[in-house]
Write a protein that binds this ligand. Structure first.
Ligand SMILES: Cc1cc2nc3c(=O)[nH]c(=O)nc-3n(C[C@H](O)[C@H](O)[C@H](O)COP(=O)(O)O)c2cc1C
Length: 327
């Protein structure tokens, strides 16, 4: 069984960190459906965490049911990152992950995220300092490099390994690409050849069979899935079924209804209504993708003023679909 340090990753699948998405509700949903080895929290600013800012400490909430859980931190100051890593261990995360792949401007300007790929010495210092202070497994997530002329993922992988990282995850795009083009899985294979710690391949796994193909084509130890899970939170269970030689079961309409309403009730309970509505619109867009008449629901919910009318519209949508299916 694949392990990151002593932490089992079974099956060898990780829910990728996604800001604004992999909050406690979504992680729980994915965990309850099953088939995921490790779930990741959305990234947290090391500076905000060390400063005790509410915006950072508020998101650091998780339940036992989510384990094993990775918390990702970002930042460009080695001392602050080390202190943040210590806090991550203290709150009880199973894995501390360092972000070196985020291409967002807000993060790049602070010389964090993918910008660290442009400064391997600083990247090395950060991994080393974090390693010195935590005893839980340490992982690093990065991209191919800043741009196609500066692809230093192999160098970075070796730096991580030499400084005590327990695993690395590679998103097969450069920072400059953002989310354009397609992820180059051959680079995942290259990294796997270059290091002996576990390598997780990441990028463009949309269907269960993509994950199986990535494992076979690259020889990577595990697969990290991001956007594929937002449209299809069942993807992990489906990959698991494939890996053990089984068939992929598609969720029924009833499964989808339960998932959407269950998720939305969780959001409604926890969030102030303005934020809840924003979140519900975003997730409805993903969850109804590919469903017959999904677009009609998506258009309708844009005009709804509050969470209750939102939930009612979703119920109605599924009732209509069920009637149509039965007809
Ligand atoms: C909405 C969104 C938020 C993201 N936030 C993070 C983040 O906080 N930390 C990180 O390392 N990557 C982040 N990513 C990148 C994903 O973890 C992943 O590397 C990328 O989406 C490629 O994988 P995929 O094709 O499976 O989605 C984010 C991606 C999306 C779409």
């Amino acid at each position: 069984m694949l392990k990151i340090g002593p932490v089992p990753v079974d099956p060898p699948l990780i829910l990728a960190p996604m800001a604004g998405v992999t909050d406690r509700d979504f992680r729980l949903i994915v965990r309850r459906i099953g088939g995921v080895g490790v779930v990741s929290m959305e990234f947290v600013s090391s500076r905000a965490l060390v400063g005790g800012h509410r915006q950072a400490t508020d998101v650091m909430v998780f339940s036992e049911e989510e384990r094993p859980l990775a918390i990702q931190i970002y930042g460009s100051d080695a001392d602050t990152m080390a202190e943040a890593a210590r806090i991550v261990e203290e709150v009880g995360a199973d894995i501390c992950d360092i972000n070196m792949g985020c291409p967002a401007n807000k993060v790049l300007k602070g010389c964090a995220g993918a910008a660290l790929m442009g400064d391997p010495r600083l990247a090395e210092e950060i991994v080393r300092r974090c390693r010195e202070v935590v005893s839980i497994p340490l992982t690093v997530k990065f991209r191919l490099g800043l741009d196609s002329r500066n692809e230093n993922f192999v160098e970075l992988g070796r730096i991580c390994e030499a400084n005590g990282a327990d695993a690395v995850a590679l998103h097969g795009r450069t920072a400059k690409q953002m989310f354009g083009g397609s992820a180059d899985w051959s680079k995942v294979a290259e990294l796997k050849e270059a290091v002996s710690i576990p390598v997780f391949g990441n990028g463009d796994v949309r269907e269960a069979d993509d994950a199986v193909r990535m494992l076979a084509e690259t020889g990577c130890d595990g697969v990290m899935i991001g956007r594929g899970a937002t449209r299809n939170p069942w993807i992990f269970r489906q990959v698991e079924a494939r890996l053990s030689g089984g068939r992929i079961e598609e969720p029924t309409l009833e499964d989808r209804r339960e998932l959407i309403l269950g998720h939305f009730r969780m959001v409604a309970e926890r969030e102030a209504s303005r934020f809840a509505l924003h979140k519900l619109r975003k997730f409805t867009g993903w969850y109804t993708h590919g469903l017959p008449h999904g677009r009609r629901l998506r258009q309708r919910i844009n005009q709804l003023p509050d969470v209750d009318s939102f939930l009612a519209a979703v119920e109605e949508f599924f009732e209509e679909l069920a009637i149509r299916q039965a007809a």
